[in-house]
Design a protein around this ligand. Structure first.
Ligand SMILES: Nc1ncnc2c1ncn2[C@@H]1O[C@H](COP(=O)(O)OP(=O)(O)OP(=O)(O)O)[C@@H](O)[C@H]1O
Length: 651
């Protein structure tokens, strides 16, 4: 029995004032265990403290033992070595350790002795400190989640992440019906973009968000909008969502309906401008809340002065990089008109897209109020759940052979096939329809009803293979698409990301195959890079191909390359060759005319009465004098295309 045990036995039944004799209480383990430790940092601090206290205790014990027994040398050595171990391994110096003890508010150092500190101020300071520490720990935890989910943000006062949908009720008082609709949709946990975008918009902050395809961006803006609108009102539209295609607008409209069920909001989608004029005109009852539309229809209605957007509180631009594009393919001018019309005081704006564009970012930084930028993953990258492949097919005719081979080996429908133009969609459909598979095509030449029916049948599994142009390239959510085939090589990396993003949605696995011919090799580098970054195997030579200049890439993204007709029929191929030849001559004509006019103007400037360059004259003559054979070919082509149109319509 050592002195320690003896002391314990002697002390049986004795009342001990723990508060007054704190130090002794600690020595004899009479104090309650350290306050509930909520985090790792506090634990480490307390363990340092304990180590220091145990050093003190060991020292006292040593002294006590020395007095009690002379045979305790070995024990002394042992405790000495323990002390050495403790002091050597302690991360802090003694002063630091004491300072820590002081900070923890229980003990204070006085002349090297540790004594009890009953001061109330010290307790408060300790409490404040622990709150501060807790906040710091929470921030660290959030940063950890952010890093793990690859969420990057820029801006000031960025709201905390939404880690569960239950937080919507506790922290934001979101209506229980909306939360139950979210659960009914099968959304158990927020996706990374929802984690950041939902709280940002719930705090009424303007936002620019970029996240991979199929990552739930639609619900990320719908949920906060539904919360802010609170209940239906007869004030006209209070939320406006813009999408580049009718199909996408309709899909967003359906998602709004799903998530707002039971809340009575009047949600609209402009199907036909003529009917919408009567419905939403200034003389109407204004009993509507949310509008989803394409920019063109909306601008048409604004020009007819039959729609008011003064009450709009939330303006969301989906596929923002597409809508910001200038020229024929984009909607920048239309967007400007719409912004002008949304002139309410409480207007807030949010931009969403899967791909990033510098000019959108610049615009947002300049025009949005204290904007928060939220990005998920690497910029302009493909969804990681998609297994991407490149397939060399040699020439155009090799593509038809390759797709037939894939089908024969067995496909798992639904399969989505992208081609570069509506003519090519028609040609491919004509080829595959006789192969005994359920196939159909969707493109801008088909009526809205036909387009809707094709999409419906594809969703229902009645169509196994859907051939499509870029029309279906963005935003469309076909849940179970197993395979995307890029029959025609996409004309930009952005187009590639969106096209293949029709598969592998909401965390599901998907597969994408891209055909390429010898002519496509020069443009392969950017796509090979995307594949490489996603961890898909790519031959080294593709990554080393010289990078095209930015100007060339931009030009390419707007130009559709000339390709041979999709046909096994030789006649049709010849016709296509004639078309190509005609187009080539036309372009040559146009270029020579341009050159001629520029030479004319420059020569006019220099010598006003100078004669025209004879070589140019002869060139113009020769180009205008086209061979009779070529003319014959052209007329043949025209009649053939008419026939083709008829057959497609019949189908
Ligand atoms: N929290 C969630 N949990 C599970 N699934 C979700 C969640 N949020 C959305 N989804 C589902 O994920 C799919 C993709 O969502 P959505 O269409 O909004 O993607 P997106 O990011 O807009 O894609 P894209 O860039 O192609 O337009 C949808 O089927 C949607 O129902």
């Amino acid at each position: 029995m050592d002195g320690y045990d003896l002391f314990k036995k002697l002390g049986v039944g004795v009342k001990f004032n723990v508060q007054r004799f704190q130090k002794d209480a600690e020595l004899f383990k009479l104090t309650r265990p350290a306050t509930q430790q909520q985090n790792q940092n506090e634990k480490t601090q307390i363990s340092t403290l304990k180590r220091k206290v145990s050093q003190q205790r060991d020292q006292s014990r040593k002294k006590f033992k020395e007095e009690e027994s002379e045979d305790s040398r070995s024990e002394e050595d042992e405790s000495h070595s323990e002390e050495d171990f403790a002091s050597n391994n302690s991360p802090n110096s003694d002063e630091e350790a004491e300072a820590e003890l002081q900070l923890l508010g229980n003990i204070k150092s006085q002349n090297g002795k540790i004594t009890h500190q009953p001061d109330r101020h010290k307790k408060k300071a300790a409490k404040d400190l622990s709150l501060e520490k807790r906040a710091q720990i929470q921030t660290e935890q959030l940063n950890y989640v952010k890093n793990k989910k690859r969420i990057h943000t820029h801006g000031t006062d960025i709201p905390r992440l939404l880690e569960t949908f239950d937080q919507l009720a506790h922290e934001y008082n979101v209506h229980p019906q909306i939360i139950s609709n979210i659960k009914a949709a099968g959304y158990d946990l927020p996706t990374p973009i929802q984690m950041q975008a939902i709280p940002t918009m719930l705090h009424r902050r303007e936002l620019m968000a970029c996240a991979p395809t199929g990552s739930g961006k639609t619900a990320a803006f719908i949920i906060p909008i539904l919360h802010h609108l609170k209940e239906p009102r007869n004030q006209g539209f209070r939320a406006l969502v813009l999408a580049p295609t009718r199909e996408l607008a309709k899909q967003t409209y359906r998602e709004f309906q799903k998530l707002s069920e039971g809340r009575g909001f009047r949600i609209h989608y402009i199907e036909k401008a003529s009917t919408a004029i009567k419905k939403f005109g200034p003389k109407s009852s204004q009993k509507f809340d949310i509008l989803v539309s394409t920019p063109n229809r909306l601008v048409y209605m604004l020009k007819q002065e039959c729609l008011r957007l003064h009450s709009v509180e939330w303006l969301v631009v989906d596929e923002s990089d597409k809508l910001f594009e200038e020229g024929k393919t984009g909607f920048r001018d239309q967007l400007a008109e719409i912004y002008k019309a949304c002139d309410g005081k409480s207007l807030r704006r949010a931009m969403f897209s899967a791909t990033f564009a510098f000019d959108v970012e610049e615009w947002c930084k300049l025009n949005l109020d204290n904007v928060i930028q939220a990005y998920v993953g690497a910029r302009n990258s493909a969804t990681e759940t998609i297994q991407q492949e490149l397939k060399f097919v040699g020439t155009e005719s090799g593509k038809l052979f390759a797709i037939r081979e894939i089908i024969q080996k067995g496909i798992e429908p639904p399969v989505l096939v992208f081609v570069q133009s509506k003519d090519r969609a028609k040609q491919l459909l004509k080829e595959l329809i006789y192969d005994g598979i359920n196939v159909d095509a969707i493109h801008s030449d088909r009526t809205q009803l036909q387009r809707d029916n094709v999409v419906k049948s594809f969703r229902a599994g009645k169509i196994w293979i859907m051939i499509s142009t870029e029309l279906m390239g963005r935003g469309i959510d076909f849940k179970g698409v197993n395979l995307v085939i890029n029959y025609d090589f996409p004309n930009s990396a952005i187009s590639y990301i969106h096209r293949i993003g029709r598969t592998g949605r909401a965390g599901r696995p998907g597969r994408a195959m891209t055909f390429f011919t010898e002519d496509d090799v020069v443009n392969i580098r950017s796509i090979a890079n995307i594949m490489h970054e996603a961890g898909c195997p790519v031959p080294d030579y593709m990554l080393q191909i010289k990078r095209l200049s930015k100007k060339k890439r931009k030009k390419m993204s707007k130009k559709v390359p000339r390709r041979d007709c999709i046909s096994t029929n030789l006649k049709a191929k010849r016709l296509q060759a004639a078309i190509n030849e005609r187009e080539q001559t036309k372009t040559a004509d146009r270029k020579s005319k341009k050159r001629k006019s520029s030479t004319d103007t420059s020569s006019m400037k220099d010598t006003p009465y100078k004669k025209q360059n004879p070589s140019q004259e002869s060139h113009t003559d020769s180009s205008s004098d086209m061979s009779r054979k070529a003319k014959k070919d052209r007329s043949k082509v025209r009649t053939k295309t008419k026939k083709q149109k008829k057959t497609v319509k019949l189908m």
